[in-house]
Design a protein. Structure first.
Length: 189
């Protein structure tokens, strides 16, 4: 009788070990499947995503330097990154949101002209590798509104060569006290 009882105990032990292994394997599979499904939590926001999700009504740049910085970021991204037509439209919409109404009114078709410029620059292998907002000068009033200038350094690359350019941006406040870009020009030597 002892042999039958010993065989039964060994069989029960083996059965418990196999059952335990199946339970551990099941728990492991559930945990790893949840990690794979949760990959959306690890998604990193790209520069294109940052710009296309910008809501200027809720978070407009606080000062003139930040407005020019956003302009630089948008132009650098448009020249250099890959994006869909829908993302390009959204970036151009954000760009238009930081430009003065007077500047936009002087454009015949702002969206098309930006798209054409970007297409041409990309085909000519241009990109903006670096931009840096340098300084701000508050100048006073322009047409009865606060105005200032902001200098921004751009390094415009073409192929393996490049050209440093400093642009002086003219900004003025709109009726909501938001700084808007009225225009820009290359700074003289």
């Amino acid at each position: 009788m002892e042999k039958g009882g010993a065989k039964s105990a060994i069989l029960k032990s083996i059965l418990l070990v196999v059952l335990g292994a199946i339970i551990i394997l099941g728990v492991y599979m559930i945990l790893t499947r949840n990690k794979k499904a949760g990959n959306g939590d690890n998604y990193e926001l790209t520069t294109v995503d940052e710009i296309t999700t910008t809501n200027l009504d809720k978070s407009y740049p606080a000062d003139p330097k930040m407005v020019v910085d956003l302009y630089g970021k948008i132009m650098k991204t448009l020249y250099k990154e890959n994006y869909s037509d829908e993302q390009q439209d959204k970036m151009i919409e954000v760009l238009a949101g930081i430009l003065d109404d007077e500047l936009l009114a002087n454009q015949t078709n702002f969206k098309k002209s930006i798209k054409d410029e970007v297409k041409q620059r990309k085909s000519d292998d241009y990109s903006i590798s670096v931009y840096q907002v340098k300084r701000i000068d508050v100048e006073g009033k322009l047409n009865g509104r606060n105005a200032c200038t902001v200098d921004c350094y751009f390094y415009l690359r073409q192929g393996t060569g490049g050209t440093p350019i400093i642009y002086t941006f003219v900004l003025r406040q709109d009726a909501n006290k938001r700084w808007k870009i009225l225009g820009w020009e290359p700074k003289e030597g």
